[in-house]
Write a protein that binds this ligand. Structure first.
Ligand code: GLY
Length: 317
């Protein structure tokens, strides 16, 4: 069995590439890296890679993480500027014995040393979103709550599970701010003996529950991926509301080492993309019921077209 699951519709084209690779017997690590690079490279996704929205100083700072569930190797970077594919740097970092997590200037020095592609990641379109938001906020710059991280879990034919993330983090965040995405156990986690999980939403809240590790732990206890995702999201959502009066956006996907998958969210509008040996790449829209149970149905052709139309529409300033 093989499969790959990812947060959001934006992962679909990447999932399609990965699906072809997995079918041919290529590794989980290569397939997940290829899939995430496709999202990083697409200029119209404003929360990942090229075209990602900048921080409040109008600089694009990117976070990424990678984990190999066979060896438990982890590589991650935070607040890196001017590199095209943070996921590839994170994967390379996972091969190091130490210095697996690098931030800012140190991450950039490492990426330069290993000749990863350098690129100005701030696009004219992202600059227009920045000007627009700045006007809307009437000069009062606050982090914007849009934060669609791409996170993926991938299982290959040999049974290796990997998990990975890539994000530009919160629009209008402080310089140097790091979310959950490069934090192992929060943004992503993989254990080939069980499966993997990954998260998207408000990093500051996702990390309070180490939510990806928690999902894998629950799957290890015998819960299905769907049960584990729902329990982890609902428990954290309730706890945050009880202790702090509110909970940020929490959305997750998971796949076990049999290729079974699940998802959960505490918001409306969450989507995910998945392909397995048994099903072609499909985008699902998730509905959360009153009791916290989440169901999902395939996105219609109209929904998919409208999604792309909105993403590619001119920015009205
Ligand atoms: N979940 C992404 C972030 O908060 O940066």
């Amino acid at each position: 069995m093989y499969g790959i699951i990812a947060t959001w519709r934006m992962a679909k084209e990447g999932i399609e590439l990965a699906d072809e690779m997995l079918k041919k017997g290529e590794t989980s690590g290569s397939a997940i890296e290829t899939a995430i690079r496709a999202v990083e490279d697409f200029p119209y996704y404003k929360s990942v890679g090229y075209g990602g929205l900048p921080n409040k100083e109008q600089i694009v700072e990117l976070d990424a993480g990678y984990m190999d569930g066979d060896t438990m190797s982890v590589g991650a970077l935070g607040a890196i500027k001017d590199f095209a594919n943070p996921i590839s740097i994170a994967r390379k970092l996972s091969e190091e014995k130490v210095n697996n997590v690098l931030v800012g200037e140190g991450a950039e020095k490492y990426a330069r040393e290993f000749q990863f592609e350098e690129k100005e990641m701030l696009t004219d379109r992202a600059k227009a979103f920045y000007r627009k938001k700045k006007k809307e906020l009437d000069q009062e710059l606050k982090p914007y709550d849009g934060h669609d991280t791409v996170g993926m879990v991938c299982l290959d034919q040999s049974g290796t599970v990997t998990a990975a993330t890539s994000t530009s983090g919160l629009f209008m965040k402080r310089s140097g701010r790091v979310g959950d995405s490069p934090i192992v156990g929060s943004g992503f986690y993989a254990d080939s003996e069980v499966g993997g999980a990954t998260a998207t939403g408000l990093g500051e809240d996702l990390m309070k529950g180490c939510i990806s590790y928690e999902i894998v732990r629950l799957m290890k206890e015998g819960l299905t991926p769907q049960e584990a995702c729902e329990k982890a999201v609902n428990d954290l959502d309730q706890k945050l509301k009880a202790k702090r009066g509110e909970a940020g956006d929490l959305s997750v996907v998971a796949m076990n080492n049999k290729g079974e998958f699940g998802c959960a969210t505490n918001i409306g509008g969450f989507s995910f993309s998945v392909a397995t040996q048994e099903q072609p790449p499909i985008v699902y829209l998730v509905t959360r019921e009153e009791d916290g149970h989440c169901t999902f149905e395939e996105a219609s052709k109209e929904w998919l077209e409208e999604y792309m139309r909105v993403r590619m529409a001119p920015v009205e300033e």
